[in-house]
Each structure stands twice: as structure tokens, then as C-alpha cells.
Design a protein around this ligand. Structure first.
Ligand code: AMP
Ligand code: ZN
Length: 466
């Protein structure tokens, strides 16, 4: 398996710390609003990475956090807490907001066939872990208390900029852009580990600590949750590219300060989904959710297919044409698979040949479009019997997760069209019962003109997209 590592800026051979086992940490959502489809692109890439590794035979333990506390409106240490802002806007408590959007997030993950991480843990459930880590960093001189808050001193970190590739000059610019002046800090790049005082008054989520009643900084939650469930050594840590700085940079600084050794070997970052205004982002507004996308005519699995067609490290621009072509392609693909007759016996040699090609695509830094090409090659191969084709499709779908063997075209159809087709089938049934065959035929023809073919079976009328 070869994987691009943001740390070395190279594609490297992947070698886990323990043979056959992978410890993987993926940053989770901030649950003050719905995830947008940009966020979901990152989770799809992480899902393919996990499933691909499992397909290669690794035992993957994956942990994800839910940020329900400590994420401020700017990614620096200042600004209003996003959770509390969301709660105020909706007239709910922060806990109700977090609970509501966590459920919505999990529903989106299910709709996209994303496997649930082994552990999903809320930031607010691990306060004791952060306190333990911060206390040790204070004892060891990596952190300091100033004006009521605890800060990490970045000048003490070993090679603080190694992940981002930034240098001190970039940092001065970064400090001006992202980190607001704070007189309590020794260096303006220092970041808060624990707040007892922040610009935002009346913070509701608060806990007792050795430094006073307060709440944790954003970065410490991921280091804390990762160490609680995965121990001292991580194999892979993922997120979107916007997480490289400051979030992952700070995670490395504090985890390595705490453990006293290198923490994570492979850092994998997914490129952004852009709309016409650039990166899709919650704070900018105008975001597209999975539900809205579905209402617009594109089902969750069409979106998954759309994402799989591009490489995770390339920016992906959202366009109607791109989504339409994914919708057509997935629908055709499923129809083609549905038409394969399960005949013959498994041709092991051919199975292994294509299976290895599929694995090669994945092992080449998660080349999902090459994995899809292998699938199309299987379907095109006239010398391959139906049994072998279907076995390969079933096997590949463990990673692609496009419901390729579900004999419905439903997963490519948006809810509006589906509802319309079902209504038309009902009207046609009524017309047939009333012996109004010309009406029944005109309904069938009208659907056909929209690319929907009806078939009357003993179980009732079914349809397929053509
Ligand atoms: P958030 O909920 O804002 O903390 O983001 C959750 C995940 O989505 C993080 O891993 C981000 O890096 C990632 N992310 C944010 N915006 C985008 C985008 N436009 N495209 C892809 N991933 C994104
Ligand atoms: Zn994180």
C-alpha cells in the first residue's frame, strides 16, 4: 500500500506499527449545524481508506470525535463558540443542538454507506483525559498558565512546522490572519489548551479543573480522544486539508510533548469540495446538505459515485453537469449489473487477476477512478462468465459501497422522481383496473420518455432507469 503522507510530502510505502493492524484517527464534525457535502467528501475518502485497508487484510480500528465543545468561530483561539452561537440562533440548549446535529450527521453517514468508526466519542465526554494531559504538559514545561487560561508554548515543540511546511515568516502572516492578538500569550502562535476566560461570556459547557472552571481548547480534544482509545502510537490520522494548520499542527505539538516521542506516522488529507465561490464552508454560508442535494435530484450514492470519480487529493468542483453525468453513469452501471445472469462457476484465475488490479488501484494512493475502471473492465469482458462477474462486483462493492448488487435503480433516483414514478404506477394500475388501456399506455410511454421503463411482474409493476 502506497499512501501520500503530508508529513514527508511524498507517496510512501505504508507500514503500520503492528503487523496487520491499523490504528486510524479521523477528525469528526463540529455539530452546531448540518454537515455540508464538502465535509462529507472528506468522510467518504476516509471510509474508502478504511475499507480498502480492510480489503487488503488489515484489521482497522478507527476512532472519530464529535466536537460538541471548544470549537470557536475562528479557527484561532478567539471568537464566539460555534456551538453556543448555534444554540442561541435556534433557541435550544447547546446539548440539544449537539444531540440533534450528531444524529443528523450519523444519518448522512448511513445514507452514504459510510461504515461507522469503531469508536465515536464526544469531546465533552473526555474532560478528565484533557486535564491529565494538560497537567503533564504544565509539569514538563510545554505549557503555561497566563491570565486564567492554559496555553501551549509552541517554541518548546520539536519542529512545530513540520506538518504544514510553514516557517516562522508564514507564521507571522498566519498570526495576523488567524490568531487574534492575545496579551496573555508568550508567542502569538501559542494556542489555548484550557480556557477559564474567553471573549465569550456565559459559556454554558463548563467543567471544574485545577486552573478554574472552564472548558478545553479545540485541539486537545483530538489528541485526548485518540490517546484514550488508540494509545501512544497512531498509524494514520486523517482530515481535510484545512485541518493541517493549525489543528493537526497543534495536535502533533501537544501529543508529542505529552508522550515524549513521535506520535503518528502517516498524515492523510483530503482536498476540498469547491463551489463557484471556492471552498464550501459552514462559516461562509450557502452550504449544500445531503438532504438538499437529494431534493435537487441527486441521491446520496450518486454523490458518493461523483466523489469516487476524482482523486481525494484533487480539488473537486461541484457542478450540475458533473452530478448529472454521475447520476446517469451509476444508473447505467446498476442496470448493466442487474442484467448479468448468474451462470457458470467461479473462474478463480480471472477473479484473482481483476481483484489484484482493483487492489493495485487502491494501493496506488487510493486511486478510486482506477478502481472504478477495473469494475468497468470486468463488466466489458466477454470471456468472463456471469458468476465470476457477479462475485467480483460483490467483492469490489465492499470498498466502493455503491449498492451495486441491489436490484433497484432507487439509489440513483432522487426522492422527488421516485415519488412521481410511484404515483404514476398507481394511476396506471387504476386505469388498467378500469379497463382504460389507452390511459395506462400513455402513462407508460410518458415515463419511458423520461428514461423510466416499466415492467409488469407477478409481484407488481417494477421500473428501471434506461
Ligand atoms: P468541521 O465540521 O468544519 O470541523 O469539518 C469536518 C471535516 O470536513 C474536517 O475534516 C474538514 O477538514 C472537512 N472539510 C471542511 N470543509 C470541507 C470542504 N469544502 N471539502 C472537503 N472537506 C471539508
Ligand atoms: Zn481533530
Amino acid at each position: 500500500m502506497r499512501l501520500y503522507n503530508t508529513l514527508s510530502k511524498k507517496v510512501e510505502e505504508f507500514v503500520p506499527n503492528e503487523k496487520g493492524k491499523v490504528k486510524m484517527y479521523t477528525c469528526g464534525p463540529t455539530v452546531y449545524s448540518y454537515a455540508h457535502i464538502g465535509n462529507l467528501r472528506t468522510y467518504i475518502f476516509e471510509d474508502v481508506l478504511q475499507k480498502g485497508l480492510e480489503y487488503l487484510g488489515y484489521d482497522v480500528k478507527r476512532v472519530m470525535n464529535i466536537t460538541d465543545v471548544g470549537h470557536l468561530t475562528s479557527d484561532s483561539d478567539s471568537g464566539e463558540d460555534k456551538m453556543e452561537k448555534g444554540a442561541k440562533k435556534e433557541g435550544k440548549t447547546v446539548y440539544e443542538i449537539a444531540d440533534f446535529y450528531t444524529k443528523a450527521f450519523l444519518k448522512d453517514m448511513d445514507a452514504l454507506n459510510i461504515k461507522r468508526p469503531t469508536i465515536i466519542s464526544k469531546a465533552s465526554d473526555n474532560i478528565d483525559v484533557y486535564i491529565k494531559m494538560i497537567s503533564k504538559m504544565l509539569r514538563d514545561g510545554y505549557a503555561y498558565v497566563s491570565g486564567g487560561n492554559v496555553y501551549f508554548d509552541i517554541s518548546k515543540a520539536h519542529d512545530y512546522y513540520k506538518l504544514s511546511g510553514m516557517d516562522n515568516d508564514d507564521m507571522i502572516i498566519g498570526a495576523r490572519q488567524g490568531v487574534e492578538e492575545d496579551d496573555r500569550k508568550r508567542n502569538q502562535g501559542d494556542f489555548a489548551l484550557w480556557f477559564t476566560i474567553s471573549k465569550f461570556e456565559n459559556h454554558i459547557m463548563k467543567w471544574d479543573s485545577p486552573w478554574g472552571v472552564g472548558y478545553p481548547g479545540w485541539h486537545i480534544e483530538c489528541s485526548g480522544i485518540a490517546s484514550k482509545y488508540l494509545g501512544e502510537y497512531l498509524d494514520i490520522h486523517c482530515g481535510g486539508v484545512d485541518n493541517i494548520f493549525p489543528h493537526h499542527t497543534n495536535e502533533i505539538a501537544q501529543s508529542e510533548a505529552y508522550f515524549g516521542h513521535k506520535w503518528c506516522n502517516y498524515w492523510c488529507h483530503g482536498a476540498h469540495l469547491n463551489d463557484k465561490n471556492g471552498k464550501m464552508s459552514k462559516s461562509k454560508g450557502g452550504i449544500l446538505t445531503l438532504t438538499k442535494l437529494n431534493e435537487d435530484g441527486y441521491s446520496p450514492l450518486v454523490y458518493r459515485y461523483f466523489c469516487l470519480n476524482s482523486h481525494y487529493r484533487s480539488q473537486l468542483v461541484l457542478s450540475r453537469e458533473g452530478l448529472d453525468s454521475s447520476k446517469n453513469a451509476l444508473s447505467k452501471l446498476k442496470n448493466k449489473i442487474a442484467s448479468i445472469k448468474d451462470e457458470g462457476t467461479l473462474d478463480k484465475k480471472k477473479f484473482d487477476f481483476y481483484d489484484n488490479e482493483f487492489k493495485d488501484g487502491f494501493s496506488n494512493d487510493i486511486n478510486t477512478s482506477s478502481m472504478l475502471t477495473t469494475l468497468y473492465d470486468v463488466l466489458k469482458d466477454n470471456d468472463l462468465n456471469g458468476n465470476t462477474k457477479l462475485s467480483l462486483v460483490k467483492s469490489f462493492d465492499k470498498v466502493l459501497s455503491l449498492d451495486l448488487l441491489k436490484n433497484d435503480s432507487d439509489s440513483c433516483i432522487d426522492s422527488k422522481l421516485k415519488k412521481y414514478i410511484e404515483e404514476q404506477i398507481k394511476l396506471r394500475d387504476d386505469a388498467k383496473k378500469n379497463k382504460d388501456f389507452s390511459k395506462a399506455d400513455s402513462i407508460r410511454d410518458e415515463l419511458l420518455s423520461k428514461g423510466v421503463k416499466l415492467k409488469d411482474t407477478r409481484e407488481g409493476t417494477v421500473y428501471e432507469l434506461i
